[in-house]
Ligand binder design. Structure first.
Ligand SMILES: C[S@@+](CC[C@H](N)C(=O)[O-])C[C@H]1O[C@@H](n2cnc3c(N)ncnc32)[C@H](O)[C@@H]1O
Length: 551
């Protein structure tokens, strides 16, 4: 099959899903049983914090302007109560139900129990969708890790727990009256013994070659290691054969079976001691390195200066996800991140030629991922988007369900940046989002964007928007509305006139009305000068040739 066709086939499953992951995971058309090779999840940790997105300023620096991305505080509400009751009544896995009920007796209706009631049904579904050869990696911290481990044991069976990976995510913390907390835990479970496993290695420490190897006449580091090993019990008969007239010494066996010994001999890797005992000749430059252990201190977090930083809170480094994916998947496998944030897993999967599905409940995250993929991979990143409105009916449903997410989605239709948390009040009243363009090197102009998701739009809204544009010293304003504008609104917007840009010497409408329907069906589009990107830009990844080589 030609490489490009093969790649297109590989990307066939790539999907970005907007909405609650439990709803998506229970959709068996999207997630049949045993369909996913690897799940990585980095859910909220029950940290009792609110996480904000940092935007980028014109200078490239992080802006003080922050936008609320997601909240990690939990409460036992009527909704949680209903989810819990539905779970204990219907979950087919009796052991996890018993455990969750026992936890409820102990934790009562505490915030921790509300958090666990959210996690348990999702973990049950994630186990269902994994293939028998699949693996799950749950990223968490000590706040809830002890409870999550119990729940995972009850779902996967304790024998399928494989590792707790300790990831050092900071250098030092000054935590009062305790040791600095600088690590996260990543629980690694297999669905069965048959998991995909590709051993990973790290480099030898400095000075290791000098202390453990000798130099040969060609300047290569080498060593010899015994080809016999201690005998356990009576020893495996497959390891007790005669080799060049010699049997292993008493209480020892050969270290490898005869076929391997023969292979070593063919490859010229066996040296014999003066007494005729075989040893294996190893060259340092042919060895893969130290097998990776479960404490990872070599992958730095995404710090404020990091090139890959996108401003999304809790963003994980791509290197961390690459390591996990390389160990537990093969090219073409399907990777799922049900709490995908700004898309680190999706990025790593795309880079390594794996198929991927990312789910996030906020449109802000979905929008960031789309930009990230476009910036890093261009046309190579092909994927299907589900859950976001594609027609006016869908837009209306989103506006009814969640005004806030509707606003984010509508702003993304024109590439606007949502206004910072707490704004839309005081001086910024009436501003939902901003668009920027440059009039000169340090001369950034702005357009005010307002979103109307309900009925009752009128000419007063246009007058108010014009007033805000003038108060804010903006060049113009854009009203995105779900309902068609009335004739007086259109008259009012035409009456507002046009503005002329210094740099482009072009005129644009001072107030522009765009309907959601018109934007979606392509009959209306923003008339404005080329915009400055308010989001941090992901670095371009090298062309995806590597994937073809790997296949
Ligand atoms: C800790 S962040 C993940 C960060 C991610 N690993 C990265 O590198 O960007 C958790 C994400 O889960 C999302 N989230 C929370 N509850 C969710 C739910 N029920 N369904 C889908 N996404 C959810 C939040 O919006 C947030 O983006």
């Amino acid at each position: 099959m030609p490489a490009l066709l093969l790649l297109a086939t590989l990307h066939g499953m790539n999907r970005l899903l907007f909405g609650d992951n439990l709803k998506w995971l229970r959709d068996r058309n999207i997630f049949p049983d045993s369909s996913v090779d690897l799940v990585y999840l980095d859910p909220p940790f029950n940290s009792n914090a609110t996480y904000n997105v940092l935007f980028k300023e014109a200078s490239g620096e992080a802006s003080q302007a922050q936008f609320h991305a997601f909240t990690d505080t939990w409460e036992w509400t009527a909704d949680v109560d209903a989810t819990y009751a539905e779970f204990v009544d219907n979950c087919p896995n009796a052991s996890v139900v018993e455990l969750v009920e026992a936890l409820k007796k102990f934790l009562k209706t505490s915030p921790m129990m509300a958090y666990l009631a959210m996690m348990a049904p999702r973990l049950v579904e994630l186990h269902r969708v994994l293939k028998p050869t699949g693996s799950l990696y749950l990223h968490c911290d000590p706040t809830a890790s002890h409870y999550l481990r119990l729940i995972l044991d009850s779902i996967f069976a304790a024998k399928n727990f494989r590792n707790e990976i300790i990831w050092k995510r900071a250098n030092a913390h000054n935590d009062p009256k305790k040791f600095g907390r600088i690590s996260d835990s990543i629980f690694y479970y297999g669905k069965s013994d048959e998991v995909v496993w590709n051993p990973q290695h790290t480099q030898y420490r400095e000075g290791y070659y000098e202390s453990h190897f000798k130099l040969d006449k060609d300047g290569r580091y080498f060593r010899t290691v015994p080809l016999d090993a201690p005998r356990h019990g009576s020893g495996s008969p497959a390891l007790l054969y005669e080799w060049h007239g010699k049997k292993p010494a008493a209480s020892r066996t050969w270290a490898v079976r005869r076929e391997i010994m023969e292979q070593y001999e063919r490859e010229g890797c066996i040296c014999y001691t003066k007494t005729g005992t075989p040893t294996l000749l190893q060259y340092a430059d042919e060895m893969p390195g130290v097998p990776l252990q479960n404490i990872w201190t070599d992958i730095p977090p995404v710090n404020p200066q990091a090139k890959e930083r996108l401003g999304y809170p809790t963003q994980k480094p791509v290197a961390l996800l690459e390591r996990i994916l390389l160990a537990s998947t093969n090219p073409g496998d399907l990777v799922l991140d049900p709490f995908c944030g700004c898309g680190t897993t999706v990025h790593a999967a795309q880079k390594l030629g794996r198929q991927w599905i990312g789910i996030d409940i906020t449109y802000l995250a979905i929008n960031l991922i789309k930009r990230r993929l476009r910036d890093a991979f261009g046309e190579d990143a092909q994927f299907e988007e589900l859950g976001n409105p594609t027609d006016i009916g869908g837009a209306r449903r989103l506006a009814e369900q969640d005004k806030f997410q509707f606003q984010h989605w509508a702003l993304s239709l024109v590439g606007a940046r949502p206004l910072r948390e707490g704004d839309g009040k005081g001086a910024d009243r009436g501003v939902d989002g901003l668009l920027y363009f440059y009039e000169g090197k340090d001369d950034r102009a702005k357009l005010i964007v307002q979103v109307k998701g309900g009925g009752n739009v009128s000419a007063k809204d246009i007058r108010d928007l014009l007033g805000t544009v003038e108060n804010q010293k903006a060049m113009g304003g854009v009203l995105i509305t779900l309902e068609a504008p009335t004739k007086p609104m259109v008259r009012e917007s035409i009456g507002a006139g046009r503005y002329k840009t210094k740099l482009y010497q072009k005129e644009y409408p001072k107030i522009q009305i765009l309907t959601v329907e018109g934007i979606l069906n392509g009959t209306e589009r923003l008339e404005a000068p080329p915009q400055a990107n308010p989001f941090a830009k992901a670095e371009r990844e090298a062309k995806q040739q590597k994937q073809e080589e790997m296949l």
